[in-house]
Design a protein around this ligand. Sequence first.
Ligand SMILES: C[S@@+](CC[C@H](N)C(=O)[O-])C[C@H]1O[C@@H](n2cnc3c(N)ncnc32)[C@H](O)[C@@H]1O
Ligand code: SF4
Length: 478
Amino acid sequence: MTSRLANHSSSRLGGADLFNLEIIKKYDKAGPRYTSYPTAPMFHAGIGAGDYEATLRRVASDDAPLSLYIHIPFCNTVCYYCGCNKIVTKQYHRAAPYLELLLKEIDHVADQMADENGDCKRAVTQLHFGGGTPTFMSNDQMRTIMAKLRERFNFVAKDEGEFSIEIDPRECDEDTVRVLEEIGLNRMSMGVQDFDPIVQKAVNRIQSKEETLRVLNEARAHGFESMNIDLMYGLPHQTVETFNTTLDTIIEFSPDRIALFNYAHLPHMFMPQRRIDEAAIPTPQEKLNILEHSINKLLDAGYVFIGMDHFAKPSDELTIAQQEGKLYRNFQGYSTQADCDLIGLGVTSIGYVGGGFFQNKKEMDAYAELVEADQFPVFRGYILSDEDHLRRQVIMRLMCDFALDYSQFESEFGIDFKNHFADGLEDLQEMSVDNLVELRDNGLSVLPAGRLLIRNVAMVFDEYLQKKKEGTSFSKVI
Ligand SMILES: C[S@@+](CC[C@H](N)C(=O)[O-])C[C@H]1O[C@@H](n2cnc3c(N)ncnc32)[C@H](O)[C@@H]1O
Ligand code: SF4
């Protein structure tokens, strides 16, 4: 729809167009990342296993493709900064009972979606292994999971889908890369954060450049495309100079995509973060300096700012999809795969099926008990209203296109956009005066200086934040 409005000029933008210090300081506040709308704090315990089962059955014969997410929670060491859902253990034998639970859960989901021949017809075009550290599972265990998924679901050919995995390069030798290719994966994202030895020590993540480059090269040799590297700014002891050295190395490695996350320090929520020396965390000004420098450097190196922490080469499918107005967003971030039902498997995982979110139990024991009893381990969720669907689409298109074409929503949802969103558009007036957005009669565009603040723009269309208008536990926008 929005190809006309899409981000055609991104590749020509310089750092100075995106980074306006005064504006960033003015608008820097906590806000959601909108990997879902409504956001997870809206999920509630009124939605449970029965709703999930009924929904799976209802969507079983839909035509749209399917996406699968498999959560492997284990890590063998803890990185102090980590805010992911993980279980830190060196007991590799814990993977075996978890594998059994996953296989059981896969069967239970597939049973609801199967036709009279036991087949699930819907095409799986997207799959993601996330964690934790998915390669905590042995190569044989990974083979077993994929064999079960292929037995129960209908996968498109490897070159027609996006089949990805998050990799900790310290936990991945060439044998593993070969097996990941063999089981049909074709995308890989690697955690790095920072190569500086002092920073690495402070966050308990010692990872050499050599082992990172080795995995990157091996993955490329085994046909993995769109390789991504995760970096983080705001970690203890980071300065512009130290992070510049990390960026030099990363640019030399030349991944197709780079995610540059703002370290979210929420020690009340994530215990290991209490081991981070707060006095060593860069000041807000230093963090902004690192961000500004990083943006300049990545754009100078030829990367395009996709939005929300993500950069990609102009030739990468993410950049091309954005230019064509065909970019989407889900729990894994940006995607080229159209918005579709997402089945979450494993402890803590979240699915989006038939217009509702369903989240699995977060505690391993509770998850295990329910799966073993042949019950869905769903403990909360959210069924979207028509209004939620509308706002979800508005926020998705904003985050992906940096623009909105009101007529598209008017025809699809039968609304008068400007009337319907009168309050939100009013809230955008100030951003319009500050040159963050351009408001037109039939649509809006997020101007370059507004792109780093896309969350702030999206927030005016979030019905629940608008109702609350108060502090939340979300991380800061920048
Ligand atoms: C599940 S981890 C990556 C896979 C693998 N476990 C690893 O560490 O290489 C996903 C990413 O989330 C990001 N992340 C983790 N904790 C974060 C935090 N507190 N703030 C911002 N980003 C965070 C990191 O960039 C990390 O690479
Ligand atoms: S960053 Fe990755 S390896 Fe480190 S604790 Fe988090 S999930 Fe585990």
